[in-house]
Write a protein that binds this ligand. Structure first.
Ligand code: ADP
Length: 309
């Protein structure tokens, strides 16, 4: 990565380059200009990046190689790239390209310029049922594709649900995803994000499968309607205890429909085999209100609820 000062010396222009050596030995160079800072993850810093040849604007996840000294971190990144690269769906952040230089690994992704549902809920406090139905339909579309590809996401949460400039929902961050290699395979690694983690993941002995994503979807639906996740407490241990006991309530001051409560209650079942399937969620009365669910929501809903028309 090269940092240059602009002609007037005011602003810093950062360019990163991909060197491609062809079979005949010639070297082709693709240049990207780093733009706005988008956010920071565990290992990565994410920026807007413009391909200077095509002018296409993407999101670049930049991971310093110096942060990948532990074998585990390297393996995790390799697995994230391998899984994400293989996926293509309207509701999954499109993986565009990956390359490296001596300093960094660069992952180029479809840009989601309207942030995540986490920022949306912080701004709006909670969403209306029609908005939740619209987002749930898109999450289920992504999950049906993912599960049909034998991939479990394992870290579904508001912060991993991105919105692009057209307000399409895109599931991202495959850092904890796993691909099952045979029918009925169970995973035992304890992973996920405390508030969203399924009870069978906490009990590492029993093993877990696709149903953990359904559990997290239940937590997401609750959080979108109520404004905070159902098992949230000030400390992780208490949150885990509440998850194991399935201890949550619907606050009286927030009005939500019986259909919404019924769907959440069915999904947040301690027994993974008793949870509804993705198809069953789509045909549940909450998702089948008679009125049609919009494919996307207007940009105005980033700040205010949609008008009830
Ligand atoms: P994590 O450590 O949670 O996996 P990431 O490294 O994936 O986080 O991303 C860090 C931050 O970068 C995100 O929280 C988000 O703000 C931003 N980001 C990641 N991917 C995109 C994208 N495709 N479009 C826009 N912003 C993104």
């Amino acid at each position: 990565m090269e940092e240059k000062n602009a002609a007037d010396g005011s602003e810093q222009v950062v360019i990163f380059e991909e060197k491609i050596t062809k079979v005949n030995g010639e070297v082709a160079i693709k240049r990207y200009q780093r733009g706005k800072f988008l956010g920071k993850g565990g290992f990565a810093k994410c920026y807007e990046a413009t391909n200077l040849e095509t002018k296409k604007v993407l999101a670049a996840k930049i991971i310093a190689k110096s942060s990948l000294t532990k074998n585990r971190a390297r393996q995790k990144l390799i697995s994230e790239i391998k899984i994400h690269k293989s996926l293509q769906n309207t509701n999954i952040v499109q993986f565009e390209h990956v390359f490296e230089d001596h300093e960094n690994v660069y992952i180029l992704l479809e840009l989601c310029s309207n942030q995540t549902l986490n920022e949306l809920i912080k701004r709006r406090k909670r969403l209306t049922e029609i908005e939740v139905q619209c987002y749930v339909a898109q999450i289920i579309n992504a999950l049906k594709y993912l599960h049909a590809s034998n991939v479990i996401h394992r870290d579904l949460k508001l912060g991993n649900l991105f919105l692009n400039k057209s307000m399409e929902l895109k599931l991202g961050d495959f850092g904890l995803a796993t691909k099952l290699e045979f029918e009925g395979e169970k995973k035992r690694t304890i992973c996920g994000t405390p508030n969203y983690i399924a009870p069978e993941v906490l009990d590492g002995k029993v093993g877990h499968s696709f149903e953990v994503d359904v559990w997290s979807l239940g937590v997401i639906i609750y959080a979108m309607l109520i404004g905070k996740p159902p098992f949230e407490t000030p400390d992780v241990k208490t949150t885990y205890r509440k998850i194991r006991l399935n201890s949550y309530t619907f606050p009286e001051h927030v009005l939500i429909s019986d259909a919404a409560k019924n769907l959440i209650t069915r999904i947040l079942n301690l027994d993974p085999v008793k949870r509804p399937t993705l198809d069953e969620i789509m045909s549940h009365p909450f998702m089948n209100t008679g009125g049609s669910i919009p494919k996307t929501l207007p940009l105005s809903t980033l700040a205010c609820p949609p008008s009830a028309s």
